[in-house]
Ligand binder design. Structure first.
Ligand SMILES: Cc1cc2nc3c(=O)[nH]c(=O)nc-3n(C[C@H](O)[C@H](O)[C@H](O)COP(=O)(O)OP(=O)(O)OC[C@H]3O[C@@H](n4cnc5c(N)ncnc54)[C@H](O)[C@@H]3O)c2cc1C
Length: 363
């Protein structure tokens, strides 16, 4: 039997997993602009431990057994094909768009070059070594973890974490934020709550300078990290008829992850407005649903017979503050030991290296 063609655009957490899961079931083409996958959660620690860089950049060469990974930038999609910047056209029975999001340097690659990412990470690491004071603007998971990593690795530095909320992780039971606050303060981090930074010098990369707060205070630091959230990269879908976007730029979908009312075009991950946050944890719920649904579609079944996707109500979260301490919410708040075992110690590096056909060893 001739296998149906599925083209997946974007080889991030959604794209690589869907491609791998469907490799034995369909004619899979994964289109990815970069030569390697990068693990952002571990990119945080890479600025205090540059030896990690080689472990968290995972080439696509051994990902698929039967399908192909094509290096290229997709510039348009239709119901029946995907076109790349170089003019190549990939026909498809089913298309998945998972182009993800961008983030301030040096935590996620920008554009098509992994070398630029390596250089940015190494450069910021060198700047951090020289810096006596650090300010982190944004106290979501990235800002909180970053404060913990820097304070653990460089206890003599003066680290300030600036939050616009009144506590850490306000969506979660107070115990999580309270315990993380106590542990950060124990590591020497000063936390400023309830203050929005005004007119940041840069939102794309760390800088040397000051941060003006809404109440008039000014915090000066040798290195200021803007870590104020992910920006969805959903441009590719703009030309598809019927596509709508939410206020944050994420693509609206029907209950089966389809953005344009087309029966065979799906979106997931950071670009998709499915009621989930922009996290790997959300993707860990979306991907199994999507794989199951795509198998049905590839088998000729109507997608509407598949139970519609429902997002997390309150997803679990793991927040290491360096390799040893941290807290997590796994439907109840847990402390150092579980956080370290589940994430803090190895940052999931062996798991993803194995998925990419590389040695599972961390070092
Ligand atoms: C510093 C940091 C730490 C994080 N830590 C955690 C964590 O601990 N836990 C957690 O749950 N979440 C975490 N996240 C969030 C997580 O990284 C994202 O939710 C996840 O990366 C989204 O996956 P995705 O597949 O949707 O997109 P992405 O991972 O952004 O991947 C999209 C891919 O599409 C490619 N692409 C884009 N446009 C094109 C195109 N036109 N043509 C071809 N290829 C294209 C890109 O090159 C990229 O490889 C973190 C994020 C950051 C920035």
């Amino acid at each position: 039997m001739v296998r149906k063609k599925i083209v997946i655009v974007g080889g991030g957490y959604v794209g690589f997993e869907v491609a791998k899961e469907l490799d034995a079931h369909a004619d899979v083409t994964l289109i990815e602009q970069r030569e390697a996958f990068v693990m952002p959660p571990a990119a945080i620690r890479a600025i205090v431990d540059t030896t990690l860089l080689d472990q968290i950049i995972l080439p696509y060469d051994h990902l698929l057994t039967e399908g192909q990974v094509v290096r290229g930038r997709a510039v348009s999609i239709s119901q029946s094909d995907v076109t790349l910047e170089n003019g190549a056209v990939y026909p498809a029975d089913v298309i998945v768009v998972a182009t993800g999001s961008s983030y301030a340097a040096p935590f996620k690659p920008a554009g098509q070059s992994i070398d630029d990412f390596r250089q940015a990470s190494a450069q910021v690491s060198a700047q951090l070594t020289e810096a006596k004071s650090v300010a982190i603007v944004g106290a979501g998971a990235v800002g909180t973890e970053l404060a913990g990593e820097i304070a653990s690795a460089h206890p003599s530095k003066d680290v300030t974490l600036i939050s616009s909320d009144d506590r850490l992780f306000p969506m979660y039971p107070a115990r999580l934020g309270d315990q993380l606050k106590r542990k950060l303060e124990h590591l020497g981090v000063s936390i400023v709550f309830g203050q929005k930074a005004q007119d940041l010098q840069s939102v794309d990369m760390p800088f040397n300078g000051s941060v003006a707060l809404a109440d008039g205070r000014v915090i000066s630091a040798d290195l200021v990290f803007p870590v104020i959230g992910s920006k969805p990269q959903s441009k590719l879908l703009e030309a598809l008829p019927g596509v709508a976007f939410g206020p944050s730029g994420r693509v609206k979908t029907d209950r089966w992850m389809r953005p344009a009312g087309l029966s065979n075009v799906f979106v997931a991950g950071d670009i998709a407005d499915l009621g989930d946050g922009m996290t790997i944890v959300a993707i860990s719920r979306q991907t199994p649903w999507l794989v199951k649904t795509l198998k049905r579609v590839l088998g000729g079944g109507p997608v509407e017979e598949q139970k519609a996707y429902t997002p997390w109500k309150l997803p679990p979260i793991l927040v290491p503050l360096g390799p040893v301490v941290g807290n997590s919410w796994l439907f109840l708040t847990v402390g150092d030991w579980i956080t370290r075992k589940m994430k803090g110690s190895a940052l999931f590096i062996p798991k993803y290296r194995k998925a990419f056909g590389l040695s599972g060893d961390k070092k």
